[in-house]
Design a protein around this ligand. Structure first.
Ligand SMILES: NC(=O)CC[C@H](N)C(=O)O
Length: 226
């Protein structure tokens, strides 16, 4: 039996279908989770996909944070369940404080849509063991609230503890501090990043890359060997 990965749909989520597909391509079972349902249906891990949950009203992720499904996810994440937040999902994770910092509007105030190069800096998280340390990958980036900020002490702590998981390469597309594209919590089970691995898992779709697949094969190995 394979492991079950929950994929949350909020009103305004866009990338739940692609995320479910990426989960299946990696050999896992994708379990749709609805924002109003506290029941996580015995999933082994959860992905919070991209989009504009609750219309990004107030602030991206600020309302989703209080949804019934997030109540259960916060509780389980604190108990060690792997959680990946992609783009809007990352914004939700900072709003819940499962991850530190906050996402501001891109420093140039425009929506960005591009293939983005990243360096994988931490391969010990639940979602990155299938990458090589320092590996350069390219996956799509598409958002307007992508500027990662945090107070100096928090950023120094993230750096010192190796919790910067991904850094932007070539271009810093949004003004994020220290080119930070993704981070993890201290335990390494919760990871958030702005670019979209789920859109780079099939050579016949999009710009053809499959560099995003490693996220999903990493979690497969973790869950299946667990
Ligand atoms: N692609 C996305 O998930 C968009 C994220 C977010 N709502 C933004 O524009 O910043």
């Amino acid at each position: 039996m394979t492991a079950r990965v929950g994929v949350v749909t909020f009103p305004g989520t866009l990338d739940d279908r692609d995320t479910q597909r990426a989960v299946r391509i990696a050999g896992l079972e994708a379990v749709p989770l609805w924002h109003r349902d506290k029941d996580l249906h015995q999933v082994d891990a959860v992905v919070l996909p991209g989009g504009f949950s609750y219309g990004d009203y107030l602030r991206a992720g600020a309302i989703s944070r209080f949804s019934p499904v997030m109540e259960s996810i916060i509780e389980q994440a604190k108990a060690g369940m792997p959680v990946l937040g992609i783009c809007n999902g990352f914004q939700v994770l900072t709003e819940t404080h499962l991850l530190p910092g906050a996402m501001l509007r891109n420093n140039h105030l425009h929506f960005v849509c591009r293939d983005q190069k990243l360096r994988v800096e931490n391969v010990n998280t639940a979602w990155t063991t299938d990458f090589a340390a320092g590996q350069e990958i390219q996956i799509p980036l598409k958002n307007i609230d992508g500027q990662f900020v945090a107070d100096a002490r928090t950023v120094d702590e993230l750096e010192a503890e190796g919790r910067v998981v991904f850094r932007y390469l070539d271009v810093n597309p949004n003004g994020s501090l220290r080119d930070i594209a993704g981070i993890t919590n201290a335990a390494g089970n919760v990871v958030g990043l702005m670019p979209h691995p789920e859109h780079a898992v099939d050579p016949q779709v999009g710009t053809g890359g499959t560099d995003g697949l490693g996220f999903f094969t990493s979690i497969l190995k973790k869950l299946v060997s667990a």
